[in-house]
Design a protein around this ligand. Sequence first.
Ligand SMILES: Cc1ncc(COP(=O)(O)O)c(C=O)c1O
Length: 298
Amino acid sequence: MLVTVGGSEAIDIALRAMVDPGDEVLIPQPSYVSYEPCAVLAGAKPVIIELKHENQFRLTAQELEDAITDKTKILILPFPNNPTGAIMERKDLEAIAEVILKHDLFVLSDEIYAELCYTEKHVSIVNIDGMRERTILINGFSKSHAMTGWRLGYACGPKEIIEQMYKIHQFCIMCAPTTSQYAAIDALKNGDEDVQMMREAYNQRRRYLVHAFQEMKLECFEPFGAFYIFPCIREFGLTSDEFATRFLNEEKVAVVPGTAFGDCGEGFIRISYAYSLEKLKIAMEKLEHFINRLRAEK
Ligand SMILES: Cc1ncc(COP(=O)(O)O)c(C=O)c1O
């Protein structure tokens, strides 16, 4: 295991330690913004797998199989997912693991939202037979403990890979801040109840938003993890960017266009529910005004 400056550092140095120039890295999208640039910086060729709304934005074994070439080295597994809130259940992971083993690939499993699953306990791909030896698992304290500014994450994986990551870490960073490491030890020893309390609060906000979108008749698949919701805005005939910009200008509420997370995010917006229920209710009222106006314009 290696303690890093956030999950961000772990993603970067894992890729730099593992890829050779020209290797292909499979990146399911929509997903977190750093995978693709980090793969490029590491000298790899990013290969995008477009996750589908009709599959609840999960990765299927067939989609994975179709993307593999003789240059593929690593699959990035971004679940629970930012921005969609999608999760992978054990049966989904078992199917993925079968393909990974068949093609002798590695997995970079970004599980930074593992503690924020609302319907069932998070399952890690490392718990599937044969995967521990070929998976780098990434987690951290930014999401589970809302300690983003403390910049603390970690990577777990096979000794041979962690040793190579350690070389980069040692010369670029030296070490993750020791003050943050002491704070994290305390969070691990005494913070379980707070994590549980926040999970319940996020779940309440999640259920409120799913219900609010149903009332507004805005198409939205139910997210089961992370703290994002990803409604579809195609009915308005605007791009995600146009929708987000007009919503910001006209109602002073910021959402992120789905395209920030890959081209296949077109037609969606990401809403974070890491805000209080009171604030979310105000934002939802404004969203309702806005979409009523757009519907009237049509
Ligand atoms: C999926 C995912 N991975 C990693 C990170 C990076 O987190 P940090 O570097 O704060 O640990 C984020 C931050 O938003 C994220 O959403």
